[in-house]
Write a protein that binds this ligand. Structure first.
Ligand SMILES: [Zn+2]
Length: 182
């Protein structure tokens, strides 16, 4: 069974790495793993990578909402995800890059809070940048991150609520999700 923890071993040991598959998506493929982790609430559409691009982050869009599928006929592995921008949802595929390491942390999460809870949020989780939201970088473009750091992008403010995207360890994101619901 593939998990976030063993996915690199699974790819390293997988015998079929370089194959052109002409079989049909969905009909000829079977799902073997869900990257999507619903234990921390809403998915973020934020894309991020590290400075040297040596790793692939499963927590970055679109892989954070993807599934890993295997062709039942030839064994090819592909990530599939649904792009829902526009009128019709489209299923898109991404080949596995066997030369890179897949990182299972950090992940991106969209957070929505009542304004009155912001200072309590900062006391609980840090993220002092929320004290000066006008300095938080906008949502556009692929963000370059240091994977040891947690960070915030794309802040918006509407009526009594604020929304922003956090990149952090999945354990922290689960705690933040509990905070959001409380
Ligand atoms: Zn195939």
């Amino acid at each position: 069974m593939v998990t976030l923890e063993n996915i690199n071993d699974f790819f390293n040991e997988y015998p079929i790495k370089d194959i052109n598959c002409s079989h049909v998506i969905l009909r000829d493929y079977e799902k073997i793993f869900d990257v999507f982790d619903n234990s921390f609430g809403y998915l973020s559409y934020l894309e991020f990578k590290s400075n040297d691009d040596s790793e692939i982050f499963l927590g970055s869009y679109p892989l954070n909402g993807a599934e890993l599928w295997k062709c039942k006929n030839c064994g090819k592995l592909q990530f599939f995800y649904t792009e829902s921008v526009g009128h019709f949802p489209t299923t898109l595929s991404i080949d596995v890059n066997f030369s890179k390491t897949y990182q299972s942390n950090p992940f991106a999460k969209s957070v929505t809070l009542n304004k009155e809870k912001v200072s309590y949020f900062i006391d609980t989780f840090g993220f002092d940048e929320l004290k000066n939201p006008e300095k938080i970088e906008g949502f556009n473009g692929i963000k370059i991150i240091d994977k040891e750091d947690k960070c915030i992008f794309g802040y918006s403010d509407y009526q009594d609520k604020i929304t922003f995207n956090i990149i952090a360890d999945r354990k922290i994101l689960r705690k933040i999700f509990e905070f959001e619901k409380s």
